[in-house]
Design a binder for this molecule. Structure first.
Ligand code: DQA
Length: 149
């Protein structure tokens, strides 16, 4: 099983950006945590981050050509604005789980809409970095169930 973990704008600034909301751990800590967990589960994982919407679209398209089995995405602020990311996910038809570190539902009104959630099987919010672990478990269940069919 091979999955892509895609993080959008400003997530490379974890540990520096608004630590009261996103915590003090860094993006490198996050990637290490995801890598270690996936290794323990025998899942091959590729982690990518970009601050640019088009690059994120390119990464989603590459996942199709590289035959990735699943995508975990935290689109950052593009969650709330990007039809392009939604369309890219719809185009590649790869099972996707959306993650947000913070509880977007209890924040500003403009964070209440997510275009990506119109495609994602599941959206995990407000669990901090643990949300990515939950997302790995969810995506591997979704992929395994699809393979069993
Ligand atoms: C975020 C929530 C978004 O509203 C915000 O723009 C982010 C991070 C989260 O992980 O909680 O950049 O996706």
């Amino acid at each position: 099983m091979r999955i892509l973990v895609l993080n959008g704008p400003n997530l490379n600034m974890l540990g520096i950006r608004e630590p009261d909301i996103y915590g003090k751990s860094t993006y490198a800590d996050l990637i290490k945590m995801i890598g270690d967990y996936c290794e323990s589960k025998g899942i091959e994982v590729v982690c990518k981050q970009s601050n640019h919407e088009g690059t994120l679209v390119d990464y989603i398209q590459q996942a199709y050509f590289e035959k990735m089995d699943g995508i975990i995405i935290n689109p950052g602020a593009y969650t709330h604005t990007s039809v392009a990311l939604l369309d890219a996910l719809k185009a590649v038809q790869i099972p996707t789980v959306e993650v947000h570190i913070s509880d977007v539902d209890s924040r500003e009104e403009f964070r209440q809409i997510s275009y990506v959630s119109l495609y994602a099987y599941k959206t995990i919010k407000g669990m901090g970095f643990d949300g990515y672990i939950e997302a790995v478990d969810s995506i591997s269940d979704i992929i395994t169930r699809a393979e069993d069919k």
